[in-house]
Design a protein around this ligand. Structure first.
Ligand code: ADP
Ligand code: ASP
Ligand code: MG
Length: 426
């Protein structure tokens, strides 16, 4: 008998029929004698609908009240799933984040989980119930409802699994695993049977939305066995045996478990939510980077890539990227700062994207960057910015080249030919 935490995303919970389908899978696992905790998202589109309503009242809704509102999406689906499970003969009980208790800090809209009191959940499980927990939400020390940032139900799933020391956290979604890149952008993307935590963390932080980055961090830190799999495929019968463990979905593993020879590149990630700011002709003096960039941080705007050009005539240029939703605000701020520091010109571009190649195999291979640049060059794609780390290379290009860049790199790094099986036997 195992303790399994299953998380179902918005599409999987999108209609009453799909919720019934989820119930049937939960029942198969329960019938096999496993204890099951289910973490759910709001129905697909619901969180966006609620944000739209809030914005119709105010362009910048009060963060506390926004969380109060957004948390309702998941409160609906926990109850629907509990009703559905009861209708097919299971004992089930739903919990909001506050009822569990999932304690978070007070950073509304992007709260972090601090602790979980799993005792009530454990009691229900021991009494034979299925427990359903609302994803994406918690409660702070003052009793305020908080939410964990978009995609946060993944993190609730992993955190519940960590608190309960579950045998596995299963993330059920609308694709059957983690692919070499988003299969909606590159039809030749291949499913991976395994990916390391390190690579998954990079993929998530560089824009692959299949797992929220904090869920991967959490799973790595607390050693939670984490698997991504399809909620639409009904093949598995709830047996948590070797066949399941080796063959279903994508397992996120530690590097040492993957003894197969690593391909150089495991995946390609991209982020469409990018914008670029350029401050030209500022005096090349100590402290200038801080004078330009500190106000951005002070305005709570996150900076991603930064490039400072070599000074020629005693002046220098700064280019940096921010989230596209912060573009207008950052441009206004830069125009003011540009005047203060005597910049020649401030411009920006919100039609850029970031494309990244990721792989732990890069560590031991030279020439990966040059192959990437050659491939993009051959397609006539101009590279605007570059940043690298040990296991990733990112470039900024015009958004019209996104699909072309991803597909060309996918082919160039031989990912079209990856087969799940070749990476499966560890
Ligand atoms: P859920 O509602 O279940 O949380 P999400 O939309 O958040 O689902 O995440 C699943 C989506 O992530 C897929 O439909 C896919 O388009 C996208 N995705 C991006 N990169 C990848 C990748 N490397 N592998 C699989 N899916 C990816
Ligand atoms: N419903 C929330 C969102 O859309 C949380 C989630 O689905 O993970 O971001
Ligand atoms: Mg998601």
């Amino acid at each position: 008998m195992a303790l399994i935490v299953q998380k179902y995303g918005g599409t999987s919970m999108g209609t009453p029929e799909r919720i019934l389908n989820v119930s049937r899978r939960v029942k198969r696992w329960h019938d096999h004698g496993h204890q099951v905790v289910v973490v759910v998202s709001a129905m697909s589109g619901e969180t966006n609908r609620l944000i739209g309503l809030a914005k119709a009242i105010s362009e910048t809704p009060d963060p506390r009240e926004l969380d109060q509102m957004l948390a309702t999406g998941e409160q609906v689906t926990i109850a629907m799933l509990a009703m559905s499970l009861k209708s097919i003969g299971l004992n089930a009980k739903s919990y909001t984040g506050g009822q569990v208790v999932i304690r978070t800090d007070s950073s509304f809209n992007k709260a972090r989980i601090q602790s979980i009191d799993e005792s009530a959940v454990r009691k229900d499980l021991d009494a034979g119930s299925v427990v359903i927990v609302a994803g994406f939400q918690g409660i702070d020390d003052d009793g305020n409802v908080t939410t964990l940032g978009r995609g946060g139900s993944d993190t609730t799933g992993v955190a519940m699994a960590a608190a309960l020391k579950a045998d596995e956290c299963q993330i059920y979604t609308d694709v059957d695993g983690v692919y070499t890149t988003d299969p909606r952008v590159a039809p030749k993307a291949k499913k991976l049977d395994r990916i390391t935590f390190e690579e998954m963390l990079e993929m998530a932080s560089l824009g692959s939305k299949v797992l929220q980055i904090r869920s991967v961090e959490f799973a790595g830190k607390y050693q939670v066995p984490l698997r991504v799999l399809s909620s639409f495929d009904n093949e598995n019968d709830g047996a948590y045996d070797d066949d399941f463990k080796h063959n279903v979905g994508t397992l996120i593993t530690t590097e040492s478990e993957t003894t197969m020879e690593q391909p150089i590149i495991s995946g390609i990630a991209f982020n469409r939510d990018e914008a670029k700011l350029i401050v030209r002709g500022v005096p090349d003096q100590p402290g200038i980077a801080s004078r330009i960039l500190s106000p951005v941080g002070d305005a709570n705007i996150e900076i991603d890539m930064i490039v400072q050009n070599v000074a020629a005539d005693g002046t220098t240029d700064f280019t940096f990227t921010v989230n596209r939703s912060d573009y207008k605000k950052t441009l206004d701020l830069m125009q003011q700062i540009g005047r203060d520091v005597g910049a020649r010109e401030v411009t920006g571009d919100d039609t850029i994207v970031k494309v990244s190649i990721v792989g732990v195999g890069m560590r031991s291979h030279a020439g990966v960057a040059s192959q990437m640049f050659r491939t993009l060059g051959a397609e006539g794609i101009n590279i605007q910015m570059i940043s690298t780390s040990e296991i990733k290379i990112s470039v900024v290009v015009n958004e019209k080249y996104l699909e072309l860049a991803v597909r060309a790199l996918h082919t160039a790094f031989e990912l079209d030919r990856v087969t799940g099986e070749s990476r499966a036997q560890a």
